[in-house]
Write a protein that binds this ligand. Sequence first.
Ligand code: 2AM
Length: 176
Amino acid sequence: MNKSRSESMRLFYALWPDDDTRDALVKLQVHVTGKRSRPENLHLTLAFLGEQPLSLLPALESLMHKLPSEPIALVIDIFGYFRRAEIAWAGPSEVPPPLTELHRSLQEELRSNEIFFDDTAQFRPHVTLARKAAPPATIAFPPLSWQANRFTLVQSTTSPSGVEYRILHELCFRKI
Ligand code: 2AM
């Protein structure tokens, strides 16, 4: 029998921007068309879990503490476009190895905890700026440096006013 919605949550892991980075990302949104992401929703997804049973929350939170926990120096310097999904995004032209490593070890932890999620998509780190968008007209902009240190487990809900994200658990990476 299917689990009822009240026993499950739609979840994902993300790097969440600090206030200055969020403000800078909002400024980039003037370059894209379509339905812009609300400022408070801007983030970089690390793994999309989809609907997961509530009973898994403790494991999903505790595995976060087993992963690399250094701040990640990101340079957001390109616009991109997912044609099929009509998503306009900003992201790093070069993926820093610590980000690849965090993504890889997160997937490994999820698998070893027997948490089922779609891990088939190639990891293309990005921040969705707008949906139902046309391809961005400009490609280059002054690079934006983001010391990503907010690693989050987030619940996604849909209401008549749009998508809402709620941070359920957060780790703050610190320089050792
Ligand atoms: P995005 O990263 O391109 O914006 C919550 O839905 C987050 O998980 C969004 O950031 C979303 O897309 C990302 N995501 C990744 N795969 C998804 C999927 N199959 N369905 C919905 N959201 C997905």
